[in-house]
Design a binder for this molecule. Structure first.
Ligand SMILES: Nc1nc2c(c(=O)[nH]1)N[C@H]1C(S)=C(S)[C@@H](COP(=O)(O)OP(=O)(O)OC[C@H]3O[C@@H](n4cnc5c(=O)[nH]c(N)nc54)[C@H](O)[C@@H]3O)O[C@H]1N2
Ligand SMILES: Nc1nc2c(c(=O)[nH]1)N[C@H]1C(S)=C(S)[C@@H](COP(=O)(O)OP(=O)(O)OC[C@H]3O[C@@H](n4cnc5c(=O)[nH]c(N)nc54)[C@H](O)[C@@H]3O)O[C@H]1N2
Ligand code: SF4
Ligand SMILES: [Mo]
Length: 725
């Protein structure tokens, strides 16, 4: 029997509504469903790959595994695995305290809604502060900026409402990652930019590569990576020089403007043009457009957040946005006021909180939490540095941290030192390979979900519920079942709460206590999460394509009185970082800077083995500008070696004229993790990154982009990394 069923994709933040074809209990096809979608009908190639995955592609895990003392994995019944894990965790907590247990929340966990909520409930119930996630090895510079500069409670405008979008180191056409960090729409991003251009919106893209997104740019600037702090300090310099900043906004909402003026005085456009190696006219032109715009939005993606001086770069990008008032203002239309969790937006500043200076601290450095999490790059140290409260058990939920961290020489020994490493995943990866238990979990179309991750990000108010479309295979459990069952085995009952970023789980008042004995009903849990929703759970059940509530127009409210909070443009640490960057001398030891780029077919390390990925990317090419290749005597397909200060990788070069000179671009979490296999798969960029230095202050962000490297012959022994130092 053949039927069509509505659902939504959970591979990335776009959460595209889909219509699936089910034949005799098996998924056979998927198309984008535009019936209620906030983006219209849209689906990318990974939508189809996820259907293949359900049907067993990429050697999907169909049973849980346990690692034997010899290192081999043998299949184990999930119930038994949960009992053993619960018992081991209870023993560790009894002996060493709750801090001996940590959770790593990976990219695959973000859209497993009940799993994510019960993960937080689990940590809260056992009393461990040890939450790590990809956030701190991604764009946590944005959280550092919110902590040092503050934020506007009204948020940033929708693409539909801006007349200028400045997109720095972000490629939404491929990654579907835009709002709230940059102006854009996650689903059908190209359509949204084309419509914006048709409305007269100007778009500036700043990226060393002429990206797919740059197709929509009115101005493209291709700087050297790692120079965004300098570029945006110069743009701030011009805005202040020309008096083209938004004085009315600044008078009301910012402080330290004079201090900023002094500190950016030295960052002339000429200085920035030399540093970033771009024409000075482009910097002047960008600054002029930013100053002229009535409704600007200046934002960035991973590029600046992963390069040198990432925290400062992000801060200076936000400073420029603040100088021109790039926020929703009182009286502005709010196009998506939230559906499952309605929001009332008020125009007021939120003072910088510097959360890392208080509360629970890491054990190895005096740094507290950033948005409720410890820095992931410190995980190896928190595991390895001796002491009674070191991390001894790590639960990896939907992630591949051994590879995501980079610096495998540092990361692998740390993971090996754990007493207990558990992975919850549906495919094997480099981390499951090291895990003591691998729990095979259900996949997207086999479980209950709710569009909570998109609730405040969709361009329009929209909500969707997804019921299981097909049965999960018999040996597989749901993510949330893991946390419930292990906690129950430890004698801890969980309380489900509607958690979202920035909230302290313990402090959320309302919750749904879950029984210790009786497994909770996923539908009842989702019904609870819809408690405050504008659309009832029953309405969502009745409309599987999703609901766009018809709401009277909502606007940003004026604050009843001035709360005294201001956006602090130039605090002491930022001023000191600006001076250090200005004084920096160019690196002459390395000739190139390695950047990363994402590919449409894969999602970090997931879907690397999908058919469509393999066809297009049989290996991790090293993309280079053709003139650089000629200078190095390299032709397309030649093998070459990249060496950084800590390691080297081998791969085949490919000419890409979109890339500016002096920059090499590769995909992250792709290729062979360990030396020796590069020849078939290409190299893994993480081997060029260090988890020791240089790490950023506060979030301990490693350098994943703009990594200084040299190019040499594939079989030379020069630059072999630490072993030669
Ligand atoms: N298809 C697909 N989608 C994904 C992912 C995926 O792997 N595949 N990953 C998801 C994840 S986890 C994330 S975090 C997001 C990331 O989403 P994006 O931030 O859009 O990620 P990238 O495509 O890597 O884009 C980064 C851009 O920054 C540029 N860049 C590098 N260094 C610098 C620099 O120093 N300065 C400037 N100005 N630009 C620089 C690069 O050339 C590149 O074009 O995507 C998500 N979506
Ligand atoms: N050198 C370098 N390193 C980087 C980056 C870079 O650009 N360059 N990017 C960084 C960034 S932005 C990120 S986000 C991290 C990514 O780091 P991770 O999140 O650790 O890596 P992923 O490969 O995304 O792992 C996701 C896993 O989740 C699984 N999964 C998918 N859906 C589900 C689900 O519903 N349930 C469960 N249980 N599992 C699921 C997938 O099978 C996959 O194995 O890497 C970081 N590391
Ligand atoms: S953009 Fe692609 S991967 Fe992301 S939700 Fe839509 S179909 Fe899925
Ligand atoms: Mo990410």
């Amino acid at each position: 029997m053949k039927k069509k069923v509505k659902s939504f994709c959970r591979n990335c933040g776009a959460l595209c509504p889909m219509e699936l074809t089910v034949e005799d209990g098996r998924l056979t096809g998927a198309v984008g469903d535009g019936s209620a979608s906030p983006y219209g009908a849209y689906m990318c190639v990974k939508g189809q790959s996820s259907v293949d995955f359900h049907n067993g592609a990429e050697d999907r895990l169909l049973t849980s595994y346990q690692r034997t003392p010899s290192g081999a994995h043998v299949s184990i019944d999930a119930e038994l695995a949960l009992q053993e894990i619960g018992d081991q965790l209870a023993t560790l907590v009894a002996r060493y305290g709750p801090r001996s247990v940590a959770v790593f929340h990976g990219t695959g966990a973000y859209r497993s809604v009940l799993g994510g909520m019960l993960e937080k409930a689990f940590l809260s119930a056992i009393g461990s502060p040890n939450l790590f996630s990809t956030m701190t090895i991604d764009q946590s510079a944005k959280w550092v900026t919110a902590g040092r500069l503050g934020a506007m409670a009204s948020g940033k405008p929708a693409l539909e409402d801006v007349d200028l979008a400045v997109i720095v180191g972000n490629n939404p056409l491929v990654t579907h990652q835009t709002y709230p960090f940059t102006a854009g729409e996650s689903g059908a991003p190209g359509r949204a930019y084309a419509a914006a251009r048709a409305r007269g919106t100007r778009i500036i893209v700043i990226d060393p590569r002429r990206t797919e997104t740059a197709r929509y740019a009115d101005l493209l600037i291709q700087p050297l990576p790692g120079q965004d702090a300098v570029l945006f300090a110069a743009i701030a310099h011009i805005l202040l020089r020309d008096n083209s900043y938004n004085k009315a906004f600044c008078e009301r909402f910012v402080s330290q403007l004079d201090r900023l003026r002094e500190e950016v005085a030295a960052f002339t456009p000429e200085f920035a043009a030399t540093r970033a190696d771009v024409p000075v006219e482009q910097i002047e032109e960008a600054a002029r457009w930013i100053g002229e715009a009535q409704r600007p939005f200046v934002g960035s993606g991973t590029g600046p957040s992963m390069s040198a001086h990432s925290n400062l770069s992000d801060h200076m990008i936000e400073v420029v946005n603040a100088l021109v008032g790039g926020y929703r203002r009182a009286g502005d239309r709010v196009r998506n006021p939230g559906t499952l969790k309605p929001r009332k937006l008020v125009e007021r500043a939120v003072a910088p909180g510097r959360s890392w200076t208080r509360g629970d601290k890491c054990r190895t450095v005096d740094i507290g939490k950033l948005f409720g999490e410890f820095p992931t790059a410190l995980l190896p140290r928190e595991i390895q540095q001796p002491g009674p409260d070191r991390i001894r058990a790590l639960i990896v939920f939907g992630g591949n941290p051994v590879m995501a961290l980079g610096d495998p020489e540092r990361a692998i020994p740390a993971f090996e030192q754990l007493d207990l490493l558990v992975s919850l995943d549906a495919r094997h990866n480099e981390t499951t390979a090291m895990s003591d238990y691998v729990i095979a979990t259900s996949q997207h179309f086999e479980r209950h979900d709710l569009s909570i991750p998109g609730d405040s990000l969709y361009p329009r108010a929209f909500a969707q519920y997804a019921a299981p479309v097909v049965d999960k295979p018999p040996g597989v459990i749901h993510d949330w079942e893991f946390f419930w069952a292990v906690a129950a085995r430890m004698g801890k009952s969980l309380t489900l709460k509607y958690w979202s970023y920035g909230l302290d789980y313990d402090a959320i008042a309302e919750g749904m206590p879950l029984s210790l004995e009786q497994k909770p009903d996923p539908e009842a849990m989702l019904r609870f999460l819809c408690k405050d929703s504008r659309v009832s759970f029953d309405q969502l059940l009745a409309n599987p394509g999703g609901v766009r509530p018809q709401l009277p127009p909502e606007y940003v409210h004026q604050a009843p009185k001035d709360n005294g909070a201001r956006l602090e443009l130039c605090p002491d640490d930022v001023a000191a970082e600006l001076r250090a960057v200005w004084e920096e001398t160019p690196d002459t030891e390395f000739k190139y800077l390695l950047t990363c780029r994402r590919i449409l077919e894969a999602m970090n390390s997931a879907y690397r083995a999908a058919r469509r990925t393999r066809q297009r990317y049989p290996e991790n090419w090293m993309y280079m500008n053709p003139d650089d290749m000629a200078e190095e005597g390299l032709a397309d397909g030649d093998s070459a070696k990249l060496s950084s200060s800590v390691g080297s990788i081998v791969g085949k070069v490919k000419a890409e004229e979109r890339l500016r000179r002096g920059v090499i671009s590769m995909t992250h979490m792709f290729g062979a993790m360990l030396p020796g296999n590069d020849e078939q798969q290409g190299g893994y960029t993480g081997r060029l990154t260090s988890l020791e230095a240089p790490l950023e202050a506060i979030n301990f962000m490693p350098r994943f982009s703009g990594v200084p490297v040299n190019v040499g012959p594939a079989h030379s022994t020069a630059g072999q990394g630490r072993e030669n130092q």
